[in-house]
Each structure stands twice: as structure tokens, then as C-alpha cells.
Design a protein around this ligand. Structure first.
Ligand SMILES: [Zn+2]
Length: 63
């Protein structure tokens, strides 16, 4: 299996940080290279999968 690596510095270590981009009203979760800080991905602040699972359980679905 190939390892994920930073396209800028070749590091294989990543971290996430919650940030609100300029002119945005919403927090986003950035996945960044732990060495140089290059952003490699952006996700919603909330974990949508966990929220959907929580809602489904409240609605009586057995998931
Ligand atoms: Zn890097």
C-alpha cells in the first residue's frame, strides 16, 4: 500500500485543525501536513456521518 505524502515536502504525517476562512461564517476542518502546514484536504466542521447515525438512532433505525 502506498503511503499518503505531502506534495510540498514529502512528509507522511498529517494533522487536522479547525479554522474559519476569511469572509466565511462557517468553521471548517483542514487536514494539513504536520511538517510544513500545506493543506491537503478540507472537511465539514461537524462529522456528518456521526450526526446522521445519531439522527437515525433517534428515529428508531437500528444501525
Ligand atoms: Zn509538507
Amino acid at each position: 500500500m502506498a503511503y499518503s505524502k505531502c506534495a510540498s515536502c514529502n512528509s507522511t504525517s498529517f494533522e487536522s485543525s479547525i479554522e474559519t476562512p476569511k469572509n466565511s461564517r462557517y468553521k471548517l476542518q483542514f487536514i494539513k501536513c504536520a511538517s510544513c502546514g500545506a493543506v491537503v484536504g478540507v472537511m465539514d466542521y461537524y462529522n456528518i456521518g456521526a450526526l446522521v447515525q445519531k439522527l437515525a438512532k433517534k428515529m428508531g433505525f437500528d444501525i
